[in-house]
Design a protein around this ligand. Sequence first.
Ligand code: NAD
Length: 286
Amino acid sequence: MSARIIDGNALSQKVREDIAQGAAELIKQGVQPCLAVILVGDNPASAVYVRNKVNACEKAGFRSLKFTFPVEVAPDEVFDKIAELNADPSVHGILVQLPLPRQFDENKVLEAISPEKDVDGFHAENFGLLLQGRKSFYPCTPWGVMKMLEAENVQLSGMEAVVIGRSNIVGKPMAVMLLSQGATVTVCHSKTRDLHFHTRRADLVVAAIGKPRFLTGDMIKPGAVVIDVGINRLPDGKLCGDVDFESAREVAGAITPVPGGVGPMTITMLLANTLESARRVAAAKA
Ligand code: NAD
């Protein structure tokens, strides 16, 4: 059996067309969605991520602002910029690209962003709302996964789902979102004793580990849905996921590729959150 490929590029394009239309409607009401991105230091991967986000904004008709700081910047300078953007009513989303240099306490930075403009969904207030099943800005990567599962008509209620990874930005919110849709969720991590035992009985596996080709076909239940969140750069410069695509596709029922799977959906959901924030501002004005 060869798995159905879940095409993140195609879904992303479709959702971004709707977002661009939504932005055009808001612009007619005098509100142009605007995302401000802060980049600190010279991490080349971060620079690429920021460029992709800025380009995506422009294609969707959003305004985008980019602020760059040198690696040795004093944290107060960045906090001042965040405060200025929090106070600017024309800015609807603020994003600080992670990771930050060592002099920063990342949690403090994320919490300096107003929860109403936290379009990455990393602020403790938004995370708490998500845990309680209340409306918030959802973290973009797991929300993108949920959109993919919805588009694939995956019936999550009652499903055995295994999430590998427990980070604050992917694993934990992913588990909460799946739980909220009625899945029975197991979270596996680096201390899990018998990972195979868990993954082999899962109807859905989400891999967010950061280890190239870690989840192999023999670890997957035949017919399972496999979502690969991983983005790993190989020595030859190519990208690969946390799933060994070639062996996994022979066993899985459906699978996301890397690249072209979850990655494009992450930026799409960032646009969706920024549009939602701008809509709230427009509604408050009306
Ligand atoms: P992280 O390093 O914060 O977390 C990795 C998790 O994997 C940890 O919770 C750890 O316990 C678990 N883990 C490590 N070794 C393990 C093992 N042997 N068995 C089981 N679990 C193990 O990483 P993250 O930020 O959650 O990112 C995970 C991956 O997803 C990375 O490859 C990252 O690049 C990628 N990522 C992709 C996107 C996207 O847009 N597609 C967004 C964010 C992260």
